[in-house]
Design a protein around this ligand. Structure first.
Ligand SMILES: Nc1ncnc2c1ncn2[C@@H]1O[C@H](COP(=O)(O)OP(=O)(O)OP(=O)(O)O)[C@@H](O)[C@H]1O
Ligand SMILES: [Mg+2]
Length: 258
């Protein structure tokens, strides 16, 4: 598992992350929510080792993140950032194949790529120039790249970190992506940690919701425990109400008031 202990990160005399501790365990889909500027992306960058905390530490399978060799890490841990730009005109096929870079010339690379393309339904995009794709298509291809990267022929502990992976997706692809992520956590020792602004998606698919506000973890628990009118009104300052999903009993759905 990944364990974060007392993470703190400040810039320009401002505490961006304030004493955050959390565990990401296999078999769980964890979502990080919170208002703009709460520190979600910064926290994800610390959890993935792209930023070093000022104090505190992240242990991945009992080893400090900074002590993991990059190649070894890349075989079990994938990351999608909020913006994923590429300045060269790669084809979609090339971008997804990049996911296999950590494995060198491995005999299972093609199988991994085929599997990733199928899982993310990117087949019709393969010959397109990545830079010419729409925002939502790019997000799907980036997920395809990560699925290729983390594909293994035998069950192994793997970690996927995603920063708003559905922000540009239509309803079909939002559902398809979250169903896929959920399925991944059920079939193997797979851990997903994703930032989402769509609280209704978080409600439907998350095992655990972490609510970040001004760098502090102010609530954590099941969707039902965290996504309630009182907590959301307090931390988002939005005029809203929470009702029950009409088909999935006990799952909250958030409605803005007019
Ligand atoms: N390097 C930096 N220097 C100064 N301020 C920074 C730096 N990085 C982030 N911040 C500030 O820290 C706060 C948290 O930023 P972060 O990107 O983590 O927010 P977020 O929760 O992901 O927001 P959003 O929902 O808009 O994506 C913001 O106020 C941002 O301006
Ligand atoms: Mg962000």
């Amino acid at each position: 598992m990944l364990r974060a202990e007392n993470l703190t990160y400040s810039r320009l005399n401002k505490k961006i992350i304030n004493d955050v501790s959390l565990d990401l365990v296999p078999g769980q889909l964890v979502t990080i929510i919170g208002p703009n500027g709460a520190g979600k992306s910064t926290l994800l960058r610390i959890l993935t080792g792209y930023l070093a905390p000022d104090s505190g530490r992240c242990l991945l399978q009992d080893r400090c993140l900074s002590q993991w060799p990059h190649l070894e890490l890349a075989k079990i841990r994938g990351v999608m950032n909020q913006q994923s730009g590429l300045s060269f005109p790669f084809s979609v096929r090339d971008v997804i194949a990049m996911g296999r870079a950590p494995y060198g010339k491995h005999k299972l690379n093609q199988q991994a790529i085929d599997c990733a393309v199928e899982m993310t339904e990117c087949g019709t995009l393969l010959n397109r120039n990545y830079n010419q794709l729409s925002g939502g298509e790019k997000q799907r291809v980036q997920l395809g790249r990560l699925m290729a990267q983390l594909w293994h022929s035998s069950p192994e502990q793997r970690y996927l970190f995603l920063d708003e992976p559905t922000s540009a997706l239509d309803l079909y692809h939002q559902q398809h992506t979250l169903r896929l992520l959920k399925k991944m956590t059920r079939g193997a020792p797979f851990s997903v940690c994703t930032i989402l602004h769509d609280l209704n998606l978080a409600a439907l698919y998350a095992d655990k919701v972490l609510l970040l506000h001004q760098g502090t973890l102010v609530a954590s628990g099941t969707p039902k425990e965290v996504l309630n009118t009182e907590l959301l009104t307090r931390w988002y300052q939005a005029d809203l109400c929470v009702c029950e999903h009409p088909e999935s009993q006990g799952l909250p759905q958030v409605c803005l008031k007019r």
